[in-house]
Design a protein around this ligand. Structure first.
Ligand code: FMN
Ligand code: SF4
Length: 482
């Protein structure tokens, strides 16, 4: 199916567009070289990932109401386990119940630990069956607190002049955040550090290779990095804004084994909020004034551009605190989804991409490359490949070849086509028909709340029809009745 932007019949045509847009994106043309770059094992601390492909963390919103993995969760991870990627980064998992983003987000605690253990056992079983060994399989659990996007009510560590106006007070509540809305106390944050450490200890005991302290996409860990106006120990200077991160890492290191991997997915450029322009349907920026003092990784004098000065300092601090694996992401899925997930078609009701999606892909690759080149011996996972459809492995191989990244991470493309890594590595070609077309039905499902459990599970309705087709039909039929 031809998308709005993606209409290339050959890699040559795609490269022509890239040249016309004066972008840096490049591809490895030789399929055998593509395989040879992607098949390279990567040392991660004391562990080895058997190739250079990762599955990104992606929430399925399909847990039980108490936060245990549900049937769809087990199925998703079994599919990833047999797909051929050797680094599987488990989705955003809340560490306290009030920090969940929806009533079906996974929650790790003593009561749920056994179910997570079963999930790890299942994925290892299916991986071993397919590939003969688990010795080169790395499993990272992403730990999070949803902060401003918590359900049922936002939990704020800082006010944000722009985001407050558009952050809803809850799924079905009218209104946005006012300046009187309370901020969490330093004591709450300090206690959260212990909760992260507790969750990491559980993850270690369950059999995860490591944990990720999530610092991206507008959630609490990310928002603390930008809390320049927050008073007290966790706001203001960069040292204060990173206190939470450094304390969490120290506390975790104190209670897990020395080999347990510490990782972090960091948003290196928050970007500014966008909104739908009702006349042309494209995204447009919310009005802002200069200097722009909100957000992280932003050039204060031109907030449409990134400034990596602070992200680089934060990554340096992470390294000093024992982090040995970093994943680079950016943007805020609620307010500027084109930055983190370049797409051809928006989810219904949302804005069309305000820029050519190739510009978004290029931004992801270039910011990641700057970080990788600053830290050449730090394994970095890069994102933004799905929009390139069946040429994404060629781009990943070129980025590894050019030392712009260590590991290519696959997001939506793995929901649509979980065997993509295996096909790419074994056959050197992908099935064009089932490769993700970035049509955004997955995000659409994720945003729908009128399910009897308060949240629809998400997956790929076009290419995983049997499981997600009926769900999208149900959503549409409910909308018609409204
Ligand atoms: C349905 C869905 C759920 C996601 N959940 C998470 C998540 O739990 N944690 C996270 O860091 N990123 C999450 N992401 C972002 C992806 O990990 C990835 O960065 C993004 O989709 C861009 O990669 P892609 O172009 O390969 O899809 C999610 C994306 C989608 C589409
Ligand atoms: S619904 Fe499927 S094809 Fe569409 S963006 Fe999501 S994974 Fe890709």
């Amino acid at each position: 199916m031809a998308g709005r932007f993606f209409r290339y019949r050959s890699l040559g045509e795609l490269e022509k567009e890239i040249n016309a847009l004066s972008l840096n994106l490049s591809f490895e043309h030789d399929s055998s070289k593509v395989r040879s770059y992607l098949v390279q094992p990567v040392k991660l601390g004391k562990f080895l990932a058997g190739n250079s492909i990762a599955i990104h963390p992606m929430e399925g919103c399909d847990g039980t109401l108490t936060g245990k993995p549900g049937n769809f969760t087990y199925r998703r991870y079994q599919r990833f386990g047999s797909g051929g990627a050797k680094l599987i980064w488990f989705e955003a998992t809340a560490i306290v119940s009030e920090g969940r983003a929806n009533p079906r987000q996974l929650l790790i605690n003593d009561n749920n630990a056994k179910s997570f253990e079963n999930l790890v056992r299942d994925i290892k079983k299916v991986h071993k069956k397919n590939f003969g060994t688990n010795s080169d399989l790395v499993l990272i659990l992403q730990l999070t607190h949803s902060g401003r996007y918590s359900y049922p009510a936002p939990i704020l560590c800082t006010h944000n002049a722009y985001l407050d106006k558009i952050t809803p007070l809850g799924f079905s509540k009218e209104g946005a955040i006012s300046s009187a809305y309370p901020l969490i106390s330093d004591e709450y944050i300090e206690n959260l550090e212990d909760q992260y450490a507790k969750a990491a200890k559980l993850a270690w005991k369950i059999g995860f290779t490591g944990v990720d302290i999530k610092l991206t996409h507008g959630y609490l860990g990310n928002e603390l990095l930008s809390a320049k106006k927050r008073p007290g120990r966790y706001g203001g200077t960069l040292i204060n804004r990173t206190r939470f991160l450094r304390n969490v890492l120290k506390k975790i290191r104190g209670i897990v084994g020395p080999d347990f991997l510490l990782a972090s997915r960091i948003g290196v450029f928050d970007g500014v909020p966008f909104r739908l322009n009702k006349i042309h349907g494209k995204g447009e920026v919310h009005p802002y004034s200069l200097p722009y003092l909100e957000g992280f990784g932003i050039d204060e004098n031109n907030p449409l551009e990134a400034s990596l000065k602070e992200p680089i300092k934060v990554i340096r601090m992470m390294r000093e605190s024992g982090v040995s694996l970093v994943s680079i992401s950016m943007g805020n899925p609620y307010t500027n989804p084109h930055i983190g997930r370049p797409f051809d078609k928006p989810d219904a009701g949302n804005y069309s991409s305000p820029e050519h999606p190739l510009i978004g892909v290029d931004r992801q690759f270039e910011l990641c490359a700057k970080i990788q080149r600053t830290f050449p011996d730090l394994p970095i996972v890069g994102a933004g490949y799905s929009w390139l459809q069946h040429w994404q492995l060629h781009a990943g191989a070129a980025n590894i070849r050019d030392k712009k990244v260590t590991i290519m991470g696959i997001g939506r493309a793995a929901l649509a086509y979980p065997n993509l890594p295996k096909d790419g590595l074994e056959k050197g070609t992908l099935n064009v028909r089932t490769t993700c077309k970035t049509l955004t039905f997955c995000t659409y499902l994720m945003r729908q709340k009128d399910h009897p459990l308060g949240q629809y599970p998400t997956g790929c309705p076009p290419f995983d029809k049997k499981f997600y087709g009926p769900l999208i039909k149900q959503v549409r039929s409910n909308k018609k009745k409204q």
